[in-house]
Design a protein around this ligand. Structure first.
Ligand code: CA
Length: 228
């Protein structure tokens, strides 16, 4: 962020009363807000308004929060805090695995949500440098869609780029093939074996780039990226 204007928060929530409460608390805390009442509108506004953070209800009409999140992660790394009516670990894990930055459960204290937003924004500005991720000599610039190493730029296909970006956002975390398909691959390529071939290519390119980073196979689970 080069300008000093207040951060814009997109509230994707179909329950009008909850959306209004969140809106009021966020504005009082000094944020700008926008609202979407279904998943399609959320995705559309995320792309057109480029908010600084998205509060995303999982149970949305037209396109659920998981679908919105998976599409957002194909576009980039906008911070997302998921809101769920269900305090279920499976939803929480799924949301975090496909790239949510935090998770809150209804009913929530709106002040707590504001505190979480502030923390996630601080983290994303500190670590993200507007979309810059570093690991093991790799520098990935989400906005410029570029990745470089000490030896120069690394040439990746769009799917390889999205996969590497996904790993670099969460170094050391294991992702299953299914997670990677959901988060990184277009529907036409959405097969586990497609992930395997992209991973094999990415591994080869990383190895020859001289970067101190490697994709590790975690048997029976999936893959993770480690600095070496
Ligand atoms: Ca809902």
């Amino acid at each position: 962020m080069t300008d000093q204007s207040p951060s814009l928060i997109l509230i994707a929530e179909d329950e009008a009363q909850i959306a209004e409460i969140l809106d009021a608390y966020l504005r009082r805390a000094g944020f700008r807000t926008a609202r979407a009442g279904d998943g399609d509108a959320a995705l559309h506004l995320a792309r057109s308004l480029r908010p600084d953070l998205i509060l995303l209800d999982l149970n949305l009409p037209k396109r659920d929060g998981f679908g919105v999140l998976a599409s957002l992660r194909q576009d980039g790394t906008v911070p997302v805090i998921v809101i769920s009516a269900l305090d279920q670990d499976i939803d929480k894990l799924t949301a975090l695995r496909i790239g949510a930055d935090d998770y809150v459960t209804k009913p929530f204290n709106p002040n707590e949500v504001v505190a979480r937003i502030t923390a996630v924004l601080r983290r994303s500005l500190a670590g993200g440098e507007a979309g810059l991720h570093r690991l093991g000599g790799l520098a990935l610039n989400t906005l410029a869609h570029e990745i470089s190493t000490a030896q120069g730029p690394l040439s990746l296909t769009p799917s390889e780029f999205r996969l590497l970006e996904h790993f670099m956002r969460r170094p050391g975390r294991v992702f299953s093939r299914g997670d990677l398909v959901d988060a990184c691959l277009p529907e036409a390529e959405a097969l586990d074996r497609t992930v395997d071939s992209h991973i094999a290519n990415l591994r080869r390119k990383l190895a020859s780039s001289g970067a101190q980073a490697a994709l590790t196979t975690v048997r029976g689970v999936g893959y993770r990226l480690d600095a070496t």
